[in-house]
Design a protein around this ligand. Structure first.
Ligand code: NDP
Ligand SMILES: Nc1nc(O)c(N)c(N[C@@H]2O[C@H](COP(=O)(O)O)[C@@H](O)[C@H]2O)n1
Length: 224
C-alpha cells in the first residue's frame, strides 16, 4: 500500500482553530492540487474527528477527473474511509451518501446494532482492532478490497497514528500565510508524540500556490 498524507496548516502548524472548527487555510490553486491528489488515489481516509468537525464529502470537484478515472476502468470517485472505533459517524453524514463507496473502519467496541445502522446508512463496515481501530489491520483489509494507493486527509490524531505505525510514504503540506495559535488547536500530528525514532523526511519539492507554499516530502525508512 502506498500512503500519501495531505494537509493544510498555518505557519505555526495548526490545521484548525482552537475550537476545532474547519479553517480555510489554502485557496483555489491548492484545492485544485488536492483534487488532483484525490483523483490519483483509490481511497481517501479521515478520522471520525474530522467527520464530526467538518462533515466532509471527499469526492472530486473536477468532472474531467471523474471521467478520466471512468475511462481507465476505475470508479468515478475514490472510495472514502473513516477511522471510527465506536461507530460515532452520524448516519446522516455527507460521507455516507451514495456518491462513492464508503468504508467505515471500526473496532470490536462498536456494538452489532450500531454496525447494522451504519451499514443501512450506506457504509461498508470493516472491523479491525479490539478497542481502537488497528490501522495496519484496517489498511490490509482495504488492500484486499483493491485499494493500492491511499490518501490520508487528516486530522492530526490519525496522521500521527499513521506515522507511528510507519505507514506513510509521502507527505504534502500546504503552509498558509497565517498564524492560528492556541495550545489546544489541532496540529498536523497530534497523538502522544514521539520520544525517540522521530520520523525523518526528505524534502523533494517546494511549490508556491495561492499565498502559501506546498512542501512535498518522502518519508525516510527508520527515523532517528
Ligand atoms: N487543514 C487540514 O488539512 C485538515 C484539518 N482537519 C481538522 O482536524 C480536526 C480533526 O482532527 P482530530 O480531532 O485530530 O481528529 P481525526 O480526524 O484525526 O480523528 C481522530 C479520531 O479517530 C479515531 N481513531 C480510531 N482509531 C484511531 C487510531 N488508530 N489513531 C488515531 N485516531 C483513531 C479516534 O476516535 P475514536 O476513539 O472514537 O475512534 C480519534 O479521536 C478538525 O478540526 C478538522 O477541521 C481535518 C482534516 C484536514
Ligand atoms: N487542503 C485543505 N486546505 C484547507 O484550507 C482546508 N481547510 C482543508 N481541509 C480539509 O478538506 C476536507 C474538505 O473536504 P470536502 O471539500 O468536504 O470534500 C476536510 O476534511 C477538511 O478538513 N484542506
Amino acid at each position: 500500500m502506498h500512503v500519501v498524507v495531505n494537509a493544510a496548516q498555518s505557519v505555526d502548524g495548526k490545521i484548525a482553530t482552537r475550537r476545532r472548527e474547519q479553517l480555510r487555510i489554502s485557496g483555489p490553486e491548492d484545492f485544485d492540487r488536492v483534487d488532483r491528489v484525490r483523483a490519483a488515489a483509490d481511497a481517501v481516509l479521515v478520522g471520525v474527528g474530522t467527520v464530526l468537525a467538518d462533515d466532509p464529502h471527499l469526492t472530486l470537484d473536477e468532472e474531467d477527473r471523474r471521467v478520466q478515472r471512468l475511462r481507465t476502468g476505475r470508479s468515478g470517485d475514490p472510495a472514502r474511509v473513516v477511522v471510527d472505533s465506536t461507530g460515532r459517524t452520524p448516519t446522516d453524514a455527507r460521507i455516507l451518501d451514495d456518491a462513492a463507496t464508503t468504508y467505515l473502519l471500526v473496532s470490536e467496541a462498536t456494538p452489532a446494532d450500531r454496525r447494522e445502522e451504519l451499514d443501512a446508512a450506506g457504509a461498508e463496515v470493516i472491523v479491525a482492532g479490539s478497542e481502537r481501530v488497528d490501522l495496519v489491520a484496517g489498511i490490509d483489509e482495504l488492500a484486499e478490497r483493491g485499494v493500492g494507493r491511499l490518501m490520508v486527509e487528516g486530522g492530526g490524531e490519525v496522521i500521527y497514528s499513521c506515522f507511528a505505525a510507519e505507514l506513510v510514504d509521502e507527505l504534502h503540506v500546504y503552509v498558509g500565510s497565517m498564524v492560528v495559535g492556541g495550545r489546544d488547536a489541532p496540529s498536523l500530528a497530534d497523538g502522544e508524540g514521539f520520544d525517540e525514532s522521530f520520523p525523518r523526511l526528505d524534502l523533494v519539492d517546494v511549490e508556491r500556490l495561492d499565498d502559501g507554499l506546498v512542501l512535498s516530502y518522502e518519508v525516510d525508512a527508520g527515523g532517528s
